[in-house]
Design a protein around this ligand. Structure first.
Ligand SMILES: Nc1nc2c(ncn2[C@@H]2O[C@H](COP(=O)(O)OP(=O)(O)OP(=O)(O)O)[C@@H](O)[C@H]2O)c(=O)[nH]1
Length: 416
């Protein structure tokens, strides 16, 4: 389980992290070719347009807000902070503007990331714009009204030992960035998803980019890279939604069909079905039925011997073993069948549900609740002269599954 979680995390995080690190290194090392300044400054808008259109088409309001935030940061730096900071006889305003921006960005990023997409797209977007615009408006109003006190609050170095002067960010902003990245990173590690990864890397990237204010390439080129990462995250998320079964997290029927087209000359397919599942649903309810399907899927995912599990549909699953014979697969299938038979699921008694989360935590593990378990039956067949393609192998495995049910269930049956 931990291994597959780690694999998912690497699969989701590695490409955007490498892209951001690669571009960061290219900027730092001045490896990028000289490009016309106009083109460099247009890049963020081109990438922002791409990411924004994709996020809009796929209804990803969170990503749409991220895109807007990144472009706002870009505008803020190019139009306000950089020109004013470069002007001689600087007044304290650009410093305050910078402190305000670096303080607000992580907070808004985090609030946006935890605010799940619920309402109609336009409504959702308007609510977010109202909340974040209102927050920024109040902060700017306070800063304009009383710049001295605000500067005092945002620019003071509260704990000198915890201040990293070379980084060039006010202490409060720096630690708010670290805290927000830490909290978002924790959730990303627990539930990795391309959208979360995109948001996290974008915030980390802004954190890296902001102090590089005067590097000619850093701001526009890195902004464009972050927007490209957001665009890729939208595509990756949609790809996952199409190929992954939402309830169990296993690859779904579409992924199975793709895999079946790319099998070699030798393979074995097992069809799996939960026993008496209709009765289970009728007795314990659909919600517990769903929980059972998740447990069964989690066990099937762990199948050894190079097998890979898919949700075929309903309470049926398929396991594919490339390059293996039925004889080689049976011990691995028996292991999974036994693990599912032994797995006990606690049934929550609705009438005695804990009144609070704390009470629930205290009661956990006391073993008072009723426990249920299920069994599965499996039919398995390999490619042979009689079953020369995946369709006929699946049909043979299905017949073997029927035989397993007829023989009393909770067993693995091989096709003749
Ligand atoms: N909770 C839940 N139930 C599902 C889901 N998909 C299918 N089912 C239920 O699975 C049951 C399948 O039952 P049947 O195909 O009749 O077979 P069975 O009761 O498992 O009996 P045998 O296969 O003969 O052991 C139906 O009651 C479906 O409603 C799902 O996603 N969640």
């Amino acid at each position: 389980m931990i291994q597959s979680h780690l694999k998912t995390l690497i699969f989701i995080l590695l490409p955007p992290v490498l892209l951001a690190l690669g571009m960061g290194a290219a900027i730092q090392g001045s490896w990028l070719p000289e490009l016309p300044q106009g083109l460099v400054e247009a890049l963020p808008w081109l990438m922002g347009g791409l990411a924004g259109v994709l996020a809009f088409l796929y209804g990803r309001t969170r990503t749409l807000i991220c895109v807007a935030l990144v472009l706002l940061v870009y505008l803020g730096i190019m139009l306000h902070i950089r020109p004013m900071a470069m002007a001689p006889g600087t007044d304290p305003l650009p410093e305050l503007g910078y402190a305000l921006m670096t303080m607000l960005i992580p907070v808004v990023f985090m609030a946006n990331a935890f605010w799940s997409e619920r309402y109609h797209l336009v409504m959702d977007l308007l609510l977010r714009l109202a909340a974040f615009g209102g927050l920024a408006g109040i902060a700017v109003f306070l800063a304009m009204n009383d710049p001295e006190n605000m500067a005092d609050l945002l620019l003071t170095i509260y704990v000198p030992a915890l201040h990293w002067d070379a980084y060039g960010m006010p202490q409060l902003s720096f630690w708010s960035l670290v805290l927000c990245l830490g909290i978002m990173g924790f959730f990303l590690l627990r539930r990795p998803s391309p959208q979360w990864a995109g948001q996290w890397i974008t915030l980390a990237g802004i954190g890296w980019m902001l102090p590089q204010l005067f590097h000619t390439y850093a701001v526009p080129v890195f902004t464009a890279t972050l927007l490209l990462i957001l665009a890729i995250a939208v595509i990756h998320e949609s790809f996952q939604m199409a190929f992954r079964d939402d309830l169990t997290g296993l690859p779904g029927r579409r992924a199975l069909n793709e895999r079946l087209q790319r099998l070699g000359r030798r393979y074995t397919i097992a069809m799996t079905d939960v026993d008496h599942f209709k009765k289970f649903n009728d007795t314990h309810g659909h919600d517990l039925g769903d929980q059972v399907l998740r447990v069964v899927a989690a066990q099937l995912r762990k199948v050894s011997g190079g097998g890979r599990a898919y949700r075929y549909g309903g309470e049926e699953f398929t396991i594919i073993f490339p390059g293996k014979t039925v004889e080689q697969c049976i011990p691995h299938l028996e292991d999974v069948r036994e693990a599912i038979e032994a797995y006990e699921i606690a049934v929550r008694d609705e009438s005695s549900r804990p009144g609070s989360k704390r009470e629930g935590r205290a009661r956990r593990g006391q073993g008072k609740g009723k426990k249920v378990s299920v069994t599965i039956s499996m039919g398995v067949a390999e490619r042979s002269q009689d079953h020369p393609d995946p369709e006929t192998v699946i049909k043979a495995a299905d017949q073997a599954l029927y035989a397993a049910k007829q023989a009393g269930r909770n067993q693995v049956c091989a096709a003749e």
